[in-house]
Write a protein that binds this ligand. Sequence first.
Ligand SMILES: NC(=O)c1ccc[n+]([C@@H]2O[C@H](COP(=O)([O-])OP(=O)(O)OC[C@H]3O[C@@H](n4cnc5c(N)ncnc54)[C@H](O)[C@@H]3O)[C@@H](O)[C@H]2O)c1
Ligand SMILES: [Zn+2]
Length: 363
Amino acid sequence: MRKLFVDLKERAYPLYIGCEIVKNFKNYFKENCSDTTKIVLFVSNTVSKLYKQVIDESIPYDLKIIISDGESAKSLEYANTIYTQLIQNNIDRKSLIVAFGGGVVGDLAGFVAATFLRGVSLVQIPSTLLAQVDSSVGGKVAVNHALGKNLIGAFHQPKFVILDINLLKTLPKRELVSGLGEVIKYGIIWDEAFFEFIDRHFQDIQMLETNTLTSIVEKSCNIKCAVVSQDEFDQSLRPILNFGHTIGHALEASLKYSGLRHGEAILLGMKTVSSISYKLGKLNAENFDRICKLINKNEIHTKNLELDIEDVIARTKVDKKILSGKVRFILPGKIGEVFVTSDVPTEILCEALSELKKENFKQ
Ligand SMILES: NC(=O)c1ccc[n+]([C@@H]2O[C@H](COP(=O)([O-])OP(=O)(O)OC[C@H]3O[C@@H](n4cnc5c(N)ncnc54)[C@H](O)[C@@H]3O)[C@@H](O)[C@H]2O)c1
Ligand SMILES: [Zn+2]
């Protein structure tokens, strides 16, 4: 078992990384949350069935809340039904919410933990690659609004996170690809050697080879921890983690959140902003080519989807990263380094999206 720390002074917390380590839950709990009164387990429908035995043997709880699968659970209405259950079950301020599932469960449980009784403690046990390398670490929690994703949220750091690689063995292929979107993101924004590692071990990752998965989860979390420890509240460095997300979110929204998995949209978003950077002369041809090749190795389910470029462009403008009316893009300068700019002419954005449409979407 490996242990990383998210270094946030009084809010610092450990990440435990290893194989079959959910069974150590009680030990981690004793180490980090000894004064808890009650445990409320939030678990996704699928995960509760797949890991019934693990839950029964290793995670003691006073109340279990099964979360339906799919993004629609991340809503204020859904959260409200949960508040009712918490109140009816006398859940108090010293209670602990444990989120066991993918990013949807983590974000929803985290949002409830941040807001119920002005905040109760949270533990994350992410069960998708995407949640392990991204959403469970860093304290961003949110629900969606009809007008946009993750618009209602808070910063609420967990007490600890269990990253159990064994949970990934049951992950459907498409969810693996989705998680890889965020993993590849870390390589491009921060670490060229990691980008190469992912490229070299691409096949092992597809085979869910334990050591390789452990390495990519650990490295991704290392990078996320480094960024978040320097800028917990999105004031300076942290926005680079949104590389590929301005366009990715716009694609997801334009396809009504039902066409693409989050990480698939991020893969396409990263490809588009890399193309923009290349067109602007900021990214060289060799780096652009390597980025596209690695992204294209992933099977992204777009061939039957129609892309409305005008709509996507309009949606980039409601992105949360808008600063005084201008959309800010995070562009790669080279593999391992990104920069932020508001200077992307609409024609270039349009050209890059047209190419994406031609290569990936229904003609
Ligand atoms: N808070 C953040 O910083 C942050 C960062 C990135 C993404 N997100 C959010 O995360 C969400 C996406 O998360 P996700 O990709 O994990 O999707 P998800 O939570 O919808 O999970 C995907 C599917 O996989 C199933 N599943 C989960 N674990 C499994 C396992 N071990 N084996 C088999 N099936 C399993 C789930 O039941 C679900 O059907 C989005 O809402 C996104 O906005 C948040
Ligand atoms: Zn993301």
